[in-house]
Design a protein around this ligand. Structure first.
Ligand SMILES: [Zn+2]
Length: 253
């Protein structure tokens, strides 16, 4: 007996949902494979034959420094700008996942600095979620992928709970208003300790919002780690901070 149409449609919808992570994974794998097969150029300066040339690796060498923004204290491995900014942007938005290694090394150095000043066990890493639209556009979640590259796994505890405009180009007050209330934990977090992990810290409003959401759910924030922070003397430098968010999304990926 043929299946009724609604059941078939529901089945197809489930199939599409199940196929999406596979498709994203394949897309990432294809990009990586192409980076190996096709001639590459440096993600920092365009020099041929290297994902990141020796000259551009030097400014990416991590030198963790303390980070303190919006009540969140942590560590940044690098200062954002120049080569660091170009390689991060190429990795996140230019399809240059082959440039991940030096960024992963920098992120791990910042996490290591944060861990080194803690004398507690059982600390988890918490990343800021991407929207489904951003994941589809990129085919990967930049910070989570860097952690995986380093053999680390973030705790998937935060989700986006409301519309949230792109932070880039907003001033400090606007960023704070824009980020406030945009994240929530999907379950109680009592007894769990977290280091917040993100790629770039500009004003700190994203880290502050993530911290607020974790604490609101009963969790404890014991530090923060980012690849790079914008120079304190000019915190309004525009940068491709969090995700451009479109639509109403409630995801706990
Ligand atoms: Zn270079």
């Amino acid at each position: 007996m043929p299946r009724p149409a609604p059941t078939a449609a529901a089945s197809a919808a489930r199939g599409r949902a199940a196929a999406t992570p596979v498709r994203d994974a394949v897309r990432g794998a294809v990009r990586d494979a192409l980076a190996v097969v096709l001639p590459v150029s440096c993600a920092g300066c365009g020099a041929p034959d290297r994902s990141v040339c020796d000259g551009c690796l030097a400014p990416l060498r991590p030198a963790p420094r303390r980070l303190s923004r919006e009540g969140v204290a942590g560590w940044a491995a690098l200062e954002y700008g120049g080569t660091v900014a170009r390689v991060i942007t190429a990795y996140k938005d230019g399809g240059r996942t082959d440039a991940a290694l030096p960024l992963a090394a920098a992120l791990v150095a910042a996490i290591g600095a944060a861990l080194a000043e803690l004398d507690v066990d059982g600390v988890e890493l918490c990343t800021v979620p991407s929207t489904a639209a951003a994941r589809r556009a990129r085919g990967f979640v930049p910070v989570d992928r860097l952690l995986r590259t380093a053999g680390l796994r973030p705790a998937r505890v935060l989700g986006l709970v409301r519309d949230h405009a792109d932070q880039a180009g907003l001033d400090l007050a606007s960023r704070r208003r824009n980020a406030a209330g945009s994240l929530a934990a999907g379950r109680p977090l009592h007894g769990r300790r977290f280091i917040l992990v993100d790629d770039v810290c500009t004003t700190g409003s994203t880290l502050a919002e993530a911290s607020r959401a974790l604490i609101a759910a009963g969790g404890e924030v014991v530090g923060a780690a980012v690849i790079a922070e914008t120079p304190r003397r000019n915190p309004a430098v525009p940068r491709p901070e969090p995700e451009p968010v479109a639509g109403r999304v409630v995801t706990f990926s």
